[in-house]
Design a binder for this molecule. Structure first.
Ligand SMILES: Nc1ncnc2c1ncn2[C@@H]1O[C@H](COP(=O)(O)OP(=O)(O)OP(=O)(O)O)[C@@H](O)[C@H]1O
Ligand SMILES: [Mg+2]
Length: 464
């Protein structure tokens, strides 16, 4: 890796002159670009760090930049500085055919004129450079590569970029490790590192323990950039497995029960490792009010929800009423976006939970707030419902059986059956279904009937 003196191209602000016109075309096309539908009017460079000199045959620059999109919706406008993205930019004379999908463009101005730039995660050598930096706990510019001193990383593990659709980018190294490189980055403690680290330190085996991680120290703040974890070789995710069983007309109850057990183990460990709070009347009334607000917004956005609105609202008033009677709940750190796709089953049958980043659209501080565990449970219950709807001919009662088995498994480990707290569970499930209605109406209208049918069911079920 070059030392400070040889870091030339990346340290000049002129680097942006080379990249700007190309990134305007390329960035909005990326799956992980969060500002879809709004034009990018420019960029500002937050940091650029040369990892391989750009003057060499193969150059590599780590870039953090903000994309300016002036039509950021209120309340973030007008002072919103734009989302910050992490890019690893490779620089070559020309791309070999195997790297064609990685092309960003041919540079026509600025310091890289005449060269070709591309998404370097597709390329072997740049991905090796990142792993080597993690292995050796390198410091380059503002980049800090850290490794758990107890864990070794073998040299020479061959990288391959995962090609599945995802909101970040992951590279698998020799079927031994997986590096998740966060694409839209934010300053502060990131739950995708914080929670797996806390769980690993608490001895919870349900989460692949972070082996190494990379951060940027910028303007007095730490930004988490990526996390390396053991790769669960041969694992299949819960969504895939559930659909496979559904296609065969098989039930999924035994797996659902195991998933309930795994969730309860993670919740128990998180409650022990990180602070919990008691949610009293004021807090719960605010929570119910926020849920009601989201429902009102959803009804305005998706009028098909209107007939169910009074019934759905009753789920929140029931929660408010229990709070007014003095009922309290314990809130703790939770997964934050739990569904079948976030659960991996190893060939040995062991379930692990992954992807603790929460809902990326929410501010980091909000994602790190303690929540009732029922939030995660509601997410999984909704997920069984989605799986059943994705099948051509689900066996009757398939989702209901999974839901019951999941709660049973959860109770076996935690000692608390989520069904014994129906008001909270219904409120959380309703809030989730309302979110899904808005999401599907906007992004996947074919799926809208799934949360709408849940809304119908939840609106009709009497508060206990
Ligand atoms: N430790 C692991 N072992 C094996 N595969 C893994 C592991 N971690 C993640 N994966 C695979 O990588 C995929 C993406 O991981 P992850 O969900 O953390 O990324 P993401 O960018 O947050 O995805 P999404 O956009 O779905 O939220 C997972 O669905 C899973 O298939
Ligand atoms: Mg994610």
């Amino acid at each position: 890796m070059p030392d400070a003196e040889t870091r030339t191209v990346a340290s000049t602000p002129a680097l942006l002159a080379s990249l700007d016109p190309l990134l305007r075309e390329w960035l909005p096309r990326q799956r992980w670009f969060a500002g879809k539908g709004r034009p990018v009017t420019g960029f500002s460079l937050v940091a650029a760090t040369e990892l391989l000199p750009c003057t060499a045959r193969l150059g590599l620059v780590h870039v953090l930049l903000r994309a300016h999109q002036p039509e950021v919706p209120a309340p973030a406008a007008p002072e919103h500085p734009g989302d910050c993205y992490q890019l690893l930019i490779g620089v070559r004379e020309a791309l070999p055919p195997r790297l064609a999908p990685a092309l960003i463009g041919h540079v026509r101005q600025g310091p890289l004129t005449g060269r070709t730039v591309y998404d370097a995660l597709y390329d072997t050598r740049p991905a090796e450079v990142v792993l080597e930096a993690l292995r050796s706990r390198a410091r380059v510019g503002g980049l800090r590569f850290e490794r758990d001193p107890e864990q070794e990383i073998r040299a020479g593990l061959a990288p391959r970029l995962m090609t599945a659709e995802q909101s970040n980018s992951s590279v698998v190294y020799g079927d031994t490790f997986i590096l998740k490189l966060l694409r839209r980055i934010v300053p502060g403690v990131h739950p995708d590192l914080e929670l797996p680290l806390a769980l690993a330190r608490a001895g919870c085996p349900r989460v692949p323990a972070p082996t190494a991680w990379m951060v940027a120290d910028l303007a007095g703040e730490t930004w988490v950039l990526g996390v390396l974890q053991p790769y669960l070789q041969g694992a299949a995710d819960g969504w895939e497995l559930a659909l496979r069983e559904l296609a065969k007309g098989e039930d999924f109850a035994a797996e659902a029960r195991e998933l309930g057990r795994a969730t309860a183990e993670v919740h128990t460990a998180l409650a022990a490792a990180l602070p919990t709070v008691t949610l009293g009347r004021g807090h719960l009334e605010r929570m119910a009010a926020q849920m009601t607000e989201r429902l009102d917004h959803a009804v305005r956005a998706v009028p098909a929800l209107l007939p169910y609105a009074p019934g759905l609202r009753s789920a929140y008033t029931a929660l408010g009423s229990l709070a007014a009677e003095g009922r309290t709940w314990t809130a703790q750190r939770v997964h934050g976006d739990l569904h079948l796709g976030q659960c991996l089953r190893s060939p040995s049958g062991q379930w692990s939970l992954i992807d603790f980043e929460g809902e990326p659209a929410k501010p980091l501080a909000e994602r790190r707030l303690p929540q009732p565990p029922a939030r995660d449970i509601a997410g999984m219950l909704r997920s069984f419902d989605y799986a059943a709807h994705a099948a051509d001919a689900p066996p009757p009662g398939w989702a209901a059986t999974c839901r019951a088995a999941y709660c049973t498994g959860y109770a076996q480990v935690s000692g608390v059956d989520p069904r014994t707290d129906p008001v909270l569970l219904r409120a959380c499930e309703t809030d989730k279904a309302v979110y899904e209605v808005v999401y599907e109406a906007r992004h996947r209208p074919d799926w809208l009937p799934v949360p709408l049918s849940a809304a119908r069911r939840l609106a009709a079920s009497e508060p206990a």
